[in-house]
Design a protein around this ligand. Structure first.
Ligand SMILES: [Fe+2]
Ligand SMILES: [Fe+2]
Length: 168
């Protein structure tokens, strides 16, 4: 039986359920990136965002409570696909240049997460009684934006270092 959504609340609920799976997938991926990176500063970066991701999972669970909806996790094929692509890249990549591959996968995931939270917030902002839901999702969004900026900065640093190493 295919799911069918008739109301804005159902669309929101379905996206929120997929976001819960998305965050669990992100957490798994961050732990893998943390294990595979060759730089301690990236290990710290991935570790810090993994802690934030655990908090984001709590925030999503809290949104379900506030909306008096049953907690549920729907499939998130997009994040499964992003993780699969990222993993297939870094498993094939030499240690010397693996960090560029890790950061590419990490940035792609963050940008996807940003889109998911922007869409959820856009809907929730139109509801009179959802200020706390908006606040929790905005907290998550801001963490994703900050993480994407740190990852982008790290990618620039790593690219410059790898490029310099190639020339020597
Ligand atoms: Fe996240
Ligand atoms: Fe994230």
């Amino acid at each position: 039986m295919f799911e069918h959504f008739d109301t804005q609340e159902e669309v929101f609920g379905a996206k929120l359920s997929a976001a819960l799976t998305m965050e669990h997938d992100s957490l798994d991926m961050l732990v893998e990136l943390q294990d595979r990176t060759q730089r301690w500063e990236l290990r710290d970066l991935f570790h810090a965002h993994a802690s934030e991701t655990r908090q984001q999972i709590d925030n999503i669970e809290r949104c379900f409570q506030l909306l008096e909806e049953r907690l549920r996790a729907s499939p998130s094929p997009a994040t499964k696909g992003l993780a699969k692509e990222s993993r297939s890249m870094f498993l094939k990549t030499d240690d010397d240049v693996v960090d560029s591959a890790l950061l590419a996968g990490a940035l792609e995931t963050e940008l996807y997460e940003i889109g998911v939270y922007q869409s959820l917030i856009t809907i929730a902002e139109t509801w009179d009684d959802a200020d706390d839901v908006v606040r929790l999702l905005t907290e998550n969004l801001q963490q994703e934006v900050a993480a994407s900026e740190k990852i982008q900065q790290a990618a620039e640093d790593v690219a410059a270092q790898d490029s310099a190493a190639r020339e020597t």
